[in-house]
Ligand binder design. Sequence first.
Ligand SMILES: N[C@@H](CCC(=O)N[C@@H](CS)C(=O)NCC(=O)O)C(=O)O
Length: 223
Amino acid sequence: MAYPILYSFRRCPYAMRARLGLFLAGQEVELREIVLKHKPEPMLAASPKGTVPVLILEDGSVIDESLSIMLWALSEKAKEGDEKTKALLLTHEPGLQQAAMALIEANDNEFKPWLDKYKYADRHPEQTQDEYRTQGERFITQLEARLSQHDQLVSDLPSLADYAIFPFVRQFAHVDKNWWQQSPYPKVRAWLANHIDSPAFAAIMKKYPTWLDSGESFSLLEN
Ligand SMILES: N[C@@H](CCC(=O)N[C@@H](CS)C(=O)NCC(=O)O)C(=O)O
């Protein structure tokens, strides 16, 4: 049986978000691991903008935004009446769903650009690495405040906001692990450690040979 094809890059936080959404929805895909410097032609033919993740459905339609892939996979599962995915999507909590979407938007549009500059400060000499980190900390501070109110970002249960955002916070933490360990964000630290240690994250972070080299696609769900 054919499954949707996912072009993915293991270390990309957007691709992680998509893989998490697919995994949590129990949506099988043919995962094709790529390298960004050498993108496969069929991926570019499907999505000329050349970013991962790219999902090609069985009917040929293409979803090439990570959040849309997450929402597609979880919504399809929720349509079957699956309560667990409805909870992830906050289907019964429109106010919280709105908050989750706003937080993801802040992650992608405000936090991510500072994260990139913090990570690659040598390519952006206009400010120091510490200054870039301080800019990024504004978002981390918001997360700390939220996690002081409940166990996860929008309520006590994990939602799409947690899964869409933690791969980016993981990158932020990894730039300077010593700093992160003593930073004034104990709640975010614990929340992140929990997600990194989760079975879902272990499953979506398995290492595969690249599709161009091996010609092999891999299952996302088989462990
Ligand atoms: N808005 C896109 C962003 C995806 C994105 O920027 N992915 C990066 C890798 S993390 C990429 O493919 N960059 C292209 C490149 O580096 O050539 C999404 O959410 O899917």
